[in-house]
Design a protein around this ligand. Sequence first.
Ligand SMILES: *[C@@H]1O[C@H](CO)[C@@H](O)[C@H](O)[C@H]1NC(C)=O
Length: 158
Amino acid sequence: MPAKDDMALPYFRILSITLVVVASCLSHLPLLSNAQEAGTATYYTPPYTPSACYGYEEQGTMIAAASDEIWNDGGACGQMYQVTCVSGTNEGTPYPCWGSGTVEIKIVDHCPAGCRGTIDLSQEAFASIADPDSGVINISYQQYVPYIIHIIRSIHLL
Ligand SMILES: *[C@@H]1O[C@H](CO)[C@@H](O)[C@H](O)[C@H]1NC(C)=O
């Protein structure tokens, strides 16, 4: 007959593995905070600095510039969006969507009045969801807050 300690060890091991799995799932689960909106996306090419939000600070390549529709006087800086390729526009190639279909980007810059797209993606972000030859695509987009940041924020509110 096994001693009590031998029985307890597997139990705690399973419990801690479960907690790690649950925690890592939660931290990867995006919290979609707004309804999906329809718009268009274009792209811009390096250099990505200086940017309207971060100056000369590099923010990687999964970035975008916000048109006046979402810029919110700079309030959009740092916001994360999920951008999904829906179709071509009537001016571009007919079937431009490819790759992962959806890309997650951070707003780092402003695409001023006259901007052709709702969101001006980095070339890398655009190329991960559509053929850059198309130039402009129809998208759906949705702001999201990573679940872990949402938890941290709600703790601060207590
Ligand atoms: C792109 O979106 C616009 C606006 O929703 C729509 O009128 C147009 O038909 C779409 N283009 C294609 C090729 O689906």
